[in-house]
Design a protein around this ligand. Structure first.
Ligand SMILES: Nc1nc2c(ncn2[C@@H]2O[C@H](COP(=O)(O)OP(=O)(O)OP(=O)(O)O)[C@@H](O)[C@H]2O)c(=O)[nH]1
Ligand SMILES: [Mg+2]
Length: 292
């Protein structure tokens, strides 16, 4: 799959052979930094990203970009928030519904978020959605920031997406997350979805009121009921999702989780989803729950 990279944004081209060498020259004149043609090994793309972007953040250049005209300003404010050089802003009453989405690595958080983006775009014809994703920073190598790569609906002009490296902070978020969330909440979005990096048993990424609702996404392969006793996030989640409900063991997982959650003082909603199946009824239910 051809892949184009610009500063802070990875843009995708079409399938193999869609971008010709002539197109590539034109795209580069318009500010795209690199085109990887079909057949380029992933390791080469990762090496390019690490070589060019695992540096201290540069100021965003004034390139022509598509999307909402305020998006570039927002991107610059987020860069300032990440470097802690944002001037303090007056508090505004924010109306953006903010949803924290967390869970172990690979549970399907990003796939679910993209499906939620699809439902948002359909149900709110002029609404705007923001997504803030986190990826772990590997010591000395920067972060892959790969969540965008698998997303389709998040490429829409009514969706603003930003990825953050955790920069060595444990627990699923970055030191700058709260500042970045506040910047995005001031951006006039109807809904903000914050995806944590993959978390462990002890983590509670959205503590201290960072999100209006917290969603824990698990896959059926968490282990046994004993493991469910150790996942602290099960006490804090407003919604618990068993994604990959198409896999063997999903039914058992749902009933074990139902039992586990019945011990909670507060009863979270439990939903089974198949995020990789377009139009899944479980994802519809999740969408209804988060925008309520
Ligand atoms: N079988 C099955 N696979 C799924 C489902 N949803 C997602 N996947 C696959 O699971 C893998 C991981 O999905 P992601 O959405 O990247 O998971 P994630 O939780 O965002 O992963 P990290 O951000 O790396 O923690 C991908 O290969 C998806 O295609 C599902 O409902 N069923
Ligand atoms: Mg992800």
């Amino acid at each position: 799959m051809p892949l184009a990279l610009v500063t802070y944004t990875i843009w995708f081209g079409g399938g193999g052979g869609t971008i010709t060498p002539g197109d590539a020259r034109m795209l580069k004149r318009r500010g795209v930094e690199e085109i990887f043609f079909a057949g380029t090994p992933l390791t080469k793309m990762v090496e390019f990203v690490q070589r060019h972007y695992a540096q201290p953040r540069r100021k965003i250049g004034h390139r022509k970009m598509s999307g909402n005209p305020n998006d570039r300003q927002l991107a610059e404010s987020l860069t300032a928030a990440e470097s802690n050089s944002l001037p303090s802003a007056t508090e505004v009453r924010q109306t953006t519904i903010t949803i924290g989405i967390t869970g172990p690595g690979g549970a399907g958080k990003t796939t679910l978020i993209d499906e939620l983006a699809c439902r948002f775009l359909k149900s709110r014809p002029s609404g705007r959605l923001a997504i803030l994703s986190h990826d772990p920073s590997l010591a000395g190598k920067g972060a892959l920031l790969g969540d965008r790569a698998g997303m389709v609906y998040a490429q829409d002009d009514r969706v603003f997406m930003r990825s953050l490296g955790t920069r060595g902070k444990a627990g699923g978020l970055a030191a700058a997350t709260r500042r970045c969330v506040q910047v995005m909440q001031r951006g006039g979005f109807d809904l903000l979805l914050v995806e944590s990096a993959g978390i462990g048993q002890e983590d509670l990424p959205f503590a201290r009121g960072l999100a209006d609702k917290q969603v824990l996404v698990m896959s059926p392969d968490y282990g046994s009921p004993l493991q469910l006793q150790k996942i602290v996030m099960l006490e804090a989640a407003d919604i618990v999702v068993v994604n990959k409900a198409d896999l063997p063991g999903a039914r058992t997982a749902l009933s074990e989780l139902e039992q586990r959650l019945s011990l909670n003082r507060r009863q979270p909603k439990l939903i089974g989803t198949v995020a990789k199946r377009h139009g899944d009824a479980g994802v519809d239910e999740l969408f209804r729950e988060i925008i309520q």
